[in-house]
Design a binder for this molecule. Structure first.
Ligand code: C5P
Length: 222
């Protein structure tokens, strides 16, 4: 039997992981957060004392970088060579350097291979930037999730406040815009809506409304 593949792509902070996690739990599929994988490589470079612009050394690091996920609520646990890095990969430093690290060809090739391996033996909901275009081009369902920059910055701001992290809304907005720009303008598999992806705009919608909308799309497509 063919495995089911559901691809959810879109810009930073559009709600991909929140929605994908709920859908995966409802459908009993494996959730794959590919952004967490790029973040983990970025953190591995930091921990090894490698400069983010040192493509050669980061490439050499890939073979000894094990990335593992363990289910958890509300967030999946992420391990880098058995060290739990779930929170560390969300730091501002990692967030602001991950786009550079993820633009390197060897990094993308290596992680795409790991992502396809997971999808080869499980039904998956995979979120990222290039899932529908590159990683799983034959996915049965492709969603391109967007929201206005203003709303995405607001969501990130509220999330940070709830975690007790002091942030400035304007800075968050600029960081989101910068990351989107870099992700959309890199040479290899930039962030772009796949031709056969369905656009879902979550601006002004609740999580429940978005989950309902995508659940209907999935039912109609499978
Ligand atoms: O999804 P998240 O915001 O955690 O992704 C972090 C970064 O990882 C993105 O800004 C992008 O640079 C990179 N990424 C990517 N391809 C993916 C997923 C994430 O290049 N499939």
């Amino acid at each position: 039997m063919t495995n089911i593949q559901i691809a959810i792509d879109g810009p930073a902070s559009a709600g991909k992981s929140t929605i994908a996690k709920i859908l995966a739990s409802n459908l009993k599929y494996v959730y794959v957060d590919t952004g967490a994988m790029y973040r983990t490589i970025t953190l591995a470079a930091k921990q090894a004392g490698i400069s983010y612009d040192d493509e050669q050394s980061i490439t050499e690091l890939l073979d000894t970088t094990d990335i593992r996920f363990e289910p958890g609520t509300p967030v999946q646990h992420v391990f880098l060579n058995n060290q739990e890095v779930t929170s560390l990969i969300r730091s501002t430093e990692v967030t602001n350097n991950v786009s550079l690290v993820s633009s390197y060809a060897a990094v993308r090739e290596n992680l795409v291979e790991r992502q396809r391996a997971i999808a080869s033996h499980d039904n998956v909901i995979m979120d990222g930037r290039d899932i529908g275009t590159t990683v799983l081009p034959k996915a049965q369902v492709k969603i391109f999730l967007v929201a206005s920059v203003e709303e995405r910055a607001q969501r990130r701001y509220r999330e940070n406040v709830s975690k007790g992290i002091a942030t400035d809304l304007d800075t968050l907005r600029k960081e989101i815009e910068t990351r989107d720009y870099k992700d959309s303008h890199r040479q290899i598999s930039p962030l772009v809506q796949a031709k056969d992806a369905i656009l879902v705009d979550t601006t002004g919608q609740t999580i429940e409304q978005v989950v309902d909308e995508i659940t209907k799309i999935i039912k109609n497509s499978l």
